[in-house]
Design a protein around this ligand. Structure first.
Ligand SMILES: *Cc1c(COP(=O)(O)O)cnc(C)c1O
Length: 427
């Protein structure tokens, strides 16, 4: 595969943009080689600057559950932008999207729209602190909640990929109110509440983790999160930026049977546009200005084009059988990947739920960041490069999820699995 145009574009970009990328995960640092530059996407496929075609299992890191340039979403956005791109004045569609979100997620009585998952998670925590009048926040090792100062402590995603413990530029005092515990460890959480219970404002977690690769929650762990927060007067925040509308219509909380006090959304709800949201209990959300004293704002919050993309996307997701179909395809895909690896004698295991999953290059089981990081990242890098050469784009890091969209066909799954078999056979 020739990538000379991408290579030239990357050289140019590096002169002006740190690392040539506007988000670190886009660099191929942990898998070797340079990123390709994309020109176009349609359905399950993308094309790079040199015209190479790839089946895309990154899907912009999660938002594109309908695939690239879905005609209904494109039409909705096109129609709206010709009437003005931003006003900074309320529009009726914002209430329509808010209604759709609250209908889909019953624990969410009120919701505030903003522009990125980072903002939404940061603001949800601010609301929790304002409401409880407490400072401490508990997060879990390997969970990622965006790049706000206080949450860059043992975060997943790019922070994990680059092997950074935290981030430079964040004063220690900013993360001194963040307690980091191991995921799926109910005992550690109970001990933490024993020690600091009266000072904890909130526990925030990805109810299914997606930013250290996919890690599923254990029942007892989730129940402890709910019971301990409730009994100590703290709030439970589910960061559903990835899982919201990914596993079912609404939050994965519906399937898990646990209701948080605050839910954070992003990615899919913006249909590929910059939109995110946080919402929850009415008494908590009434803390937000202008009703209450917790300040949070945004020039482009509730942007008309982004809201239109979100509404159009949700209307497609609501079609009967939508989730059953991608779940079936996702299961076949992720089980197929693990089977292909094992058949070739490659040490591997997989975690998946619905249309999101991760193939880990290690044996045994993966339940927390300590398990995840024992994966053979150089084996993943070889797999990544071989698949890319064959026209299949996976995340350029072991510590990320792969996504199947509604645009991926059974034939796409078959050809990808065949390519994976070849890749493992030549490893
Ligand atoms: C992507 C992500 C975020 C951050 O969202 P941005 O839109 O990238 O700021 C926060 N939490 C989770 C769980 C995410 O996956």
């Amino acid at each position: 595969m020739k990538r000379t145009k991408s290579a030239e574009a990357f050289e140019l970009a590096k002169r002006l943009i740190p690392g040539g990328v506007n988000s670190p995960v886009r660099a191929f640092k942990s898998v070797g080689g340079d990123p390709f530059f994309v020109r176009k996407g349609s359905g399950a496929r993308i094309w790079d600057a040199d015209g190479n075609e790839y089946v895309d299992f990154v899907c912009s890191w999660g938002p594109l559950i309908l695939g690239h340039a879905h005609p209904v979403v494109v039409e909705a956005v096109t129609r709206v932008v010709s009437d003005g791109m931003t006003f900074g004045i309320p529009t009726e569609r914002e209430t329509e999207l808010a209604g759709a979100l609250c209908d889909a997620i019953p624990s969410m009585k009120k919701v505030r729209l903003c522009s990125s998952g980072t903002e939404a998670a940061m603001s949800g925590i601010r609301a929790a602190r304002g409401f409880t009048r407490r400072d401490l926040v508990v997060k879990f090792d390997g969970c990622y909640h965006g790049h706000s100062d206080g949450l860059l402590a043992k975060a997943g995603s790019g922070v994990a990929t680059l092997g950074l413990p935290d981030s430079a530029g964040v004063p220690a005092s900013f993360t001194s109110c963040t307690i980091v515990l191991p995921y799926n460890d109910a005992g550690a959480l109970a001990a933490c509440f024993d020690a600091h219970g009266s000072k904890i404002a909130a526990v925030i977690l990805e109810p299914v983790a997606g930013n250290m690769g996919v890690v599923l929650p254990e029942r007892k762990f989730l129940e402890s999160c709910r019971e301990l927060t409730r009994s100590h007067g703290a709030l439970l925040i589910f960061d559903e930026v990835i899982t919201g509308f990914r596993i079912c219509y609404g939050g994965v909380q519906k399937i898990l049977g646990i209701e948080p006090d605050i839910t954070v959304l992003g990615k899919i709800v913006g249909g590929g546009m910059p939109l995110a949201a946080y919402g929850g209990r009415e008494d908590v959300m009434n803390m937000i200005a202008p009703v209450g004293p917790v300040y949070q704002a945004g020039t482009l919050s509730g942007n008309p084009a982004a809201v239109a993309a979100g509404i159009a996307t949700l209307s497609e997701l609501k079609r009967p059988g939508f989730y059953e179909k991608i779940e079936t395809r996702g299961r076949r895909f992720f089980e197929g990947l693990v089977a292909a690896a094992k058949a070739a004698g490659v040490e591997a295991c997989g975690n998946s739920i619905g249309s999101m999953g991760t193939l880990f290059f290690r044996g045994g089981e993966v339940k927390c960041w300590d398990d995840v990081k024992k994966s053979d990242t150089s084996a993943y890098a070889r797999f990544f490069r071989k698949m890319l050469e064959r026209g299949f784009y996976f995340a350029p890091s072991q510590f990320e999820a792969a996504f199947v969209s509604a645009a991926h066909t059974d034939a796409d799954v078959d050809t990808t699995l065949r390519a994976a078999e070849e890749s493992f056979a030549t490893d």
